[in-house]
Design a protein around this ligand. Structure first.
Ligand SMILES: [Zn+2]
Length: 321
C-alpha cells in the first residue's frame, strides 16, 4: 500500500495551502478582514518574496494581507502547514488515537509542539450548537462512567446531603448519549448527579425519543423529558430485553478507555473534554457510516472552519428601515 504520508499536501507547503484553500474557499478567496470576495479586488502575491498562499485585499478601506488560515486554529503557527495536515491525517485515520510521542517522532517536531498541535486539532473536533440526537421512532442510550482520579478533592455544592456518591467524589465523571445507528455526544461535567444528567438529556435529546439506560438513580426523573424511558437491570444480570439495552454506549466507553490507557498515558483533567471530543469525532465519522479517512479529514476541516472568526460585512449594515 502506498503511504498516505507522501501526498503532495503533506510534503510541499504551497500544495498544503492550496489543499486547505479548496476546503475553506470552495468559491475562491475571501478576505477575513472585510469579507471581500471580489476576485478583481484580491491579488495573489506569488513568487520568492512571499510566503505561500499570501493574498492582498484591494478593497480601499481594507488593503490588508491574508492567508486561508487567518481566523482558524492554524493561524499564526510557526509549525509548517504540511505538518499540521500530517498530524491531522494520523489522528483521524487511527481508531484508537495516536500519542503525542508518535507524532513527535514521525513528523520530526518537538514533543511540546506535537502535544500543542494535537490539542488544537482536538479543539477543532469539538462541535457545538448541534441538532438534538434522536427523534420520533429513534432510540438514544444514555450512560455514565468514570475515568481517572480527580486532581483536587471535589467539594459538593450540596453539602447538606452527606450521602453523595463516593465514586463521583473521587473520580472524573463522563456522561454520554448515543443515538442507535447514529452519533455519540459525551460530556465531562463537574459532577454526575440527577440534575446535571437531566439537563444534558434535555438539551441534547429530542423530546420524541425513546431513552434507554441502566437502572441508575440518575435517570429517575428523565421520563418527563422524553417520549419514554426503558431500563435494563444490570444488578439482576439483565443486559438485553428485546431491543432494550445500553450495549452501544458501553462499547463506546470501552473504546474510549482502551484508547486512553493504551495511547494517552496521562491526561490532565482540564483536557479530558478535548479527548472526549476526539473519540466522539472518530465515532461520529466511522467507517460504518460510510466515512473514509479522506472524508474524516474533510469533516475535521469543517470543524476548523467553524472556529473561524465571523467576518465583518460593512456593506450589509446600514440598511434603513
Ligand atoms: Zn479586505
Amino acid at each position: 500500500m502506498k503511504s498516505a504520508l507522501i501526498a503532495p499536501h503533506l510534503c510541499n507547503e504551497e500544495a498544503a495551502m492550496e489543499y486547505v484553500e479548496s476546503w475553506l474557499w470552495p468559491d475562491g478567496p475571501v478576505c477575513p478582514h472585510c469579507g471581500n470576495t471580489d476576485e478583481n479586488k484580491i491579488t495573489h502575491l506569488e513568487g520568492e518574496a512571499h510566503r505561500p498562499g499570501l493574498y492582498q485585499c484591494n478593497e480601499p478601506e481594507c488593503r490588508l494581507q491574508f492567508t486561508v488560515t487567518v481566523g482558524t486554529v492554524l493561524e499564526r503557527s510557526k509549525i509548517p502547514l504540511t505538518k499540521w495536515l500530517a498530524a491531522l491525517s494520523l489522528m483521524t485515520a487511527s481508531k484508537k488515537g495516536v500519542s503525542a510521542h508518535q507524532i513527535h517522532r514521525m513528523l520530526g517536531v518537538s514533543y511540546k509542539s506535537a502535544w500543542f498541535m494535537m490539542h488544537r486539532l482536538r479543539e477543532a473536533m469539538r462541535t457545538g450548537g448541534l441538532e438534538p440526537l434522536g427523534g420520533a421512532g429513534k432510540i438514544v442510550e444514555a450512560d455514565e462512567t468514570y475515568f481517572g482520579k480527580r486532581e483536587e478533592d471535589y467539594v459538593s455544592p450540596y453539602r447538606r446531603k452527606p450521602k453523595s456518591h463516593a465514586k463521583s467524589r473521587n473520580n472524573r465523571p463522563i456522561i454520554a448519549l448515543v443515538e442507535r445507528g447514529g452519533s455519540v455526544r459525551s460530556f465531562h461535567p463537574g459532577v454526575a448527579d440527577q440534575y446535571t444528567v437531566t439537563e444534558i438529556v434535555r438539551e441534547n435529546v429530542a423530546r420524541e425519543t425513546m431513552l434507554h439506560t441502566d437502572e441508575s438513580k440518575l435517570y429517575f426523573n428523565i421520563k418527563e423529558h422524553v417520549a419514554g424511558h426503558e431500563t435494563v437491570k444490570h444488578t439482576a444480570k439483565e443486559y438485553v430485553r428485546g431491543t432494550i439495552h445500553t450495549n452501544t454506549i458501553e462499547n463506546y466507553f470501552s473504546v474510549f478507555k482502551r484508547g486512553m490507557r493504551g495511547v494517552y498515558q496521562h491526561c490532565g483533567e482540564k483536557h479530558l473534554h478535548r479527548y472526549l471530543a476526539e473519540f466522539d469525532f472518530r465515532y461520529n465519522n466511522r467507517a460504518a457510516l460510510g466515512v473514509n479517512d479522506a472524508d474524516r479529514a474533510d469533516a475535521l476541516a469543517k470543524g476548523i472552519v467553524g472556529k473561524r472568526l465571523t467576518y465583518r460585512r460593512p456593506h450589509e449594515q446600514d440598511i434603513p428601515f
